[in-house]
Design a protein around this ligand. Structure first.
Ligand code: 5GP
Length: 109
């Protein structure tokens, strides 16, 4: 479904956009800042990643850091990658949650 954000079929405000990745606000924010960073190439989850995806995964993490900085999260933030049913993944297009703007407890629920 996030492929439709990439193609523009579902319009979103792009908080980050480069050749490989883009970011937009989560529709149901779980923190004052909750942004999703996705690869433009469809990759279902980290469980579907192969060694050849290494550079793309690195770019995704780097993009998430740029997003966090752009959102002013100088006090820290959390990156979350839910994977599969038990991991709580509900959208089958790899995405990194950037969560911040409040203290993050640990362990998560
Ligand atoms: P997951 O549970 O797969 O790790 O995270 C999926 C996230 O996508 C959820 O936080 C959910 O709120 C968000 N989401 C689902 N559908 C949409 C949508 O159409 N637009 C946006 N911006 N976020 C969505």
């Amino acid at each position: 479904m996030f492929c439709k954000m990439v193609s523009g079929e579902i319009p979103v405000t792009r908080l980050y956009d480069d050749a490989d990745c883009m970011a937009f606000a989560d529709i149901h924010p779980q923190a004052p800042v909750h942004v999703l960073v996705i690869p433009k190439e469809h990759l279902q989850s980290t469980a579907h990643a192969e060694a050849s995806h290494g550079p793309l995964l690195g770019k995704l993490m780097a993009a998430a850091a740029v997003v966090a900085k752009g959102q002013g999260l100088s006090g820290g933030y959390r990156l979350v990658v839910n994977t599969g049913d038990d991991g709580g993944q509900t959208v089958g297009h790899l995405h990194v949650h950037v969560l911040g703007g409040r203290h993050m407890g640990w362990p998560p629920g």
